[in-house]
Design a protein around this ligand. Structure first.
Ligand code: ZN
Length: 243
């Protein structure tokens, strides 16, 4: 089964469209949350995600805030401004769709899925080997897919010596997964690993392979829409820097 794994789209429709085209035919789509926030296209993104084949989707912290289940005060000034705008422009239909999505850990076959981490699905960032090690005690499956940090990475646990290593993922190469690992496909709509291209992954649930991929998209076009909507300039600038 060829599964498209996406996360942190952040209302960037142009990036999402590039990823869907680049991925080609897939059997399923797993989305790890943060459909909205920061970007200018919350409705277009939610409508496209809803159409993706055999979708499993969990909520991220920005999504949870927009549907009214978390106070905006939990976010910094620029993120909050963007959330206030998003809440205003989202259609009732798209809001209702987001309200049907879960915000806790979801298990599919060999994989646990969380937006932040299995220990704290909404807020924790799995940024380093220490936070990764602690989180290996919070899921039972061979693999866990997370988003939230906007960095395309993989943490491998060695069962022999109980050590966690941060592994680089070679782009466009299907890597054979070994239990146990925490994997992050990166961010579709706002990468923060110094590569501005849209990030995603293809997981083959039968062959147990992971292909970390990047797709070029028209960044200038999205920056133009961010400015047009009056959203914070910072969220436009960082798109071209991948940070
Ligand atoms: Zn995010």
């Amino acid at each position: 089964m060829r599964i498209l794994v996406i996360s942190d789209i952040h209302a960037n429709y142009t990036a999402l469209e590039a990823v869907v085209n680049d991925a080609g035919m897939v059997d399923e789509t797993w989305c790890l949350g943060d459909l909205v926030g920061y970007g200018p296209d919350p409705n277009a993104v939610v409508e496209q995600v809803r159409e993706l084949p055999h979708l499993t989707c969990i909520l991220g912290n920005h999504d949870v805030a927009v549907i009214g289940k978390m106070p905006f005060e939990a976010f910094n000034g620029d993120a909050r401004r963007s959330l206030i705008w998003t809440e205003k422009v989202m259609t009732a239909d798209n809001m209702n769709f987001m309200r049907t999505l879960p915000q806790n850990v979801k298990v599919r076959g060999d994989v646990s899925m969380a937006h932040g981490s299995p220990r704290d699905p909404i807020w924790e960032y799995v940024l380093n080997t220490l936070s990764a090690r602690l989180n290996f005690d919070h899921f039972d499956t061979p693999y866990c897919f997370v988003g939230h940090t906007h960095a395309q990475v993989m943490f491998q646990l060695s069962e022999q010596n109980d050590r966690v290593t941060l592994e680089g993922t070679k782009p466009a190469e299907a890597m054979r997964l070994m239990p146990r690992a925490i994997l992050n496909p990166g961010s579709v709509g706002q990468p923060r690993d110094r590569d501005p291209r849209a990030a995603y992954a293809i997981y083959d649930s039968k062959a147990h392979t992971w292909e970390a991929r990047r797709a070029e998209y028209n960044i200038a076009e999205v920056q133009r829409r961010i400015r047009e909507a009056g959203l914070p300039e910072k969220h436009a600038i960082r798109l071209s820097e991948g940070w």
